[in-house]
Design a protein around this ligand. Structure first.
Ligand code: 13P
Length: 252
């Protein structure tokens, strides 16, 4: 049995003060929910403050990006050991980073290796565009993103990786995939691609989230699917009640 994991990707939202008040408004309720791994991923400037608030709780902390080099002349970038100072998790290869900041399967792969070398748990995002979906290219796209993004990862470390399947047409649109469609992508393409890379046992251990317009009122549809092990939540993770409802749905 894989423990479900729900992560809130706050994207480029919340100042430090706003981050503090969002954490205050949900941490007590989140802590009461058992049987689900819970993770908050605020923007970089809020990590220190949020990490202080999460001390002694079972709520994990993640960042939204990292560079693969250890240090050096990379203006504006954040090194893996700087992330690892505060965080246990790291989102890698989000479609917004691929679309707006030139990330490729190659840079995703470097970041995954860097994260694992620093004992960070990567949440690796994959998913197809609307055009690819309509052209029935979903399988080809997510298989390539998995095989190249996770190339040469040590199978022993691979079991801790989390994959987030986020169809781009469902992100921030309110137009979520159906649970059945998302489950089929995981079963037909993502889990088999993981099996090719790491073997069946490790592939079965890897948790796969769904992301894209998950809300408190549709979360059940995803979590009742056998392949879906949680969610990567954008907009609804900025609303305490909605995020708590999603985590509660994952605990059922
Ligand atoms: P929304 O939940 O806002 O659709 O965003 C999903 C996402 O991109 C999470 O990483």
């Amino acid at each position: 049995m894989r423990t479900p994991i729900v992560a809130g990707n706050w994207k480029m939202n919340k100042t430090v003060e706003e981050a503090r008040s969002l954490v205050f408004s949900m941490s007590l309720k989140l802590r009461e929910i058992e049987g689900v791994d819970k993770v908050l991923c605020p923007p970089f400037p809020a990590l220190l403050a949020v990490s202080a608030l999460l001390q002694g709780t079972d709520i994990g902390l993640g960042a939204q990006n990292l560079h693969w080099e250890e240090s050096g002349a990379y203006t504006g970038e954040v090194a893996p050991n700087m992330v690892a100072e505060f965080c246990q998790y790291i989102i890698i290869g989000h479609s917004e980073r691929r679309a707006y900041f030139g990330e490729t399967d190659g840079t995703v792969n470097k970041k995954v290796h860097a994260a694992l070398a620093h004992d960070l748990i990567p949440i690796v995002c994959v998913g197809e565009t609307e055009d690819e979906y309509e052209s029935k290219l979903t399988g080809e796209v997510v298989r390539r993103q998995i095989s190249q993004g996770l190339a040469d990862v040590d199978p022993v470390k691979a079991a801790q990786i989390i994959v987030a399947y986020e169809p781009i047409w469902a992100i921030g649109t309110g137009k979520a995939s159906s649970g059945e469609n998302a489950n089929a992508v995981l079963a037909d393409y993502i889990r088999p691609a993981l099996t090719d890379l790491f073997g069946a046992d490790t592939a079965q251990a890897i948790r796969i989230q769904y992301g894209g317009s998950v809300k408190g009122n549709n979360a059940d549809e995803f979590f009742s699917q056998p392949e879906i092990d949680g969610a990567l939540v954008g907009g609804a993770s900025l609303k305490a009640d909605d995020f708590v409802a999603i985590v509660q749905a994952a605990a059922k």
